[in-house]
Design a binder for this molecule. Sequence first.
Ligand code: HEM
Length: 229
Amino acid sequence: MTRTAPQLLRLAALFLLALMILPFALYALVTGLSGLVPDDAPRGRFFTPGAPLLNGAVFVHMMAGGLLSLLVFLQLVPGIRLRWPLVHRLTGRLLIAAALITGAGGLIFIAGRGTIGGPPMNAGFALYGALMILAACEVLRHAHAGRYDRHRRWALRLFVLAIGSWLYRVHYGIWDMLGYEAGMATDFRSSFDLVQNVAFYLPYLIVLELWMRRRPVTVQRAISTQTRR
Ligand code: HEM
């Protein structure tokens, strides 16, 4: 398969982004795993004593989120979709499961304990979780029905949501690097924190919607025929 220069550039950009996300994905996997291992040592602020279900939900959420952040890149590589549709389908199912677990685990934590930032952060993150669950369900539903253009649109939305958690940290990093201490508080209720409650996914989703309106998202024919069951 020969690739054009724009295709190679897109692939390189995807690879670079995956590399940048790797440390956060590994951090999420390790933090989730260490929270689940029975241990007498303190397990950080996400551990709630005497609440095994809540702890299970939040730590499995981190592990599933870490997995999701990495798998989502594999799904967008056209060579894999076209050459090995079975791999695309299998990793796709794993990714959907990871997205559902990540979303549900986060929602359970919000309902059971609430976030550090209180009601505004609860609301922003609950919407984030609900959108992730919706996107995961829609990706699967349209793939099963053979509606591959819609499937791809929802897959792109899921991609934006999947990298949102990393973008959340990147925003704080940039804000901090610029030397703006204002707007950040340890209780996550200052002005920048409040904007952040939705700024890591909503603007990106809006840009994606505008982009998809201008450029119809089409799926190469080979996928439609090869992955149809
Ligand atoms: C790729 C997706 C995700 C990954 C990798 C991920 C990972 C993590 C990690 C590592 C933490 C611990 C915080 C830290 O140490 O900085 C965390 C906390 C949290 N996550 Fe996620 N997460 C993801 C998606 C979501 C989604 C979709 C929701 C929405 C329901 C969510 C809700 C939460 C909440 C409520 C907390 C606790 C916030 C607090 O009180 O500080 N996460 N997540």
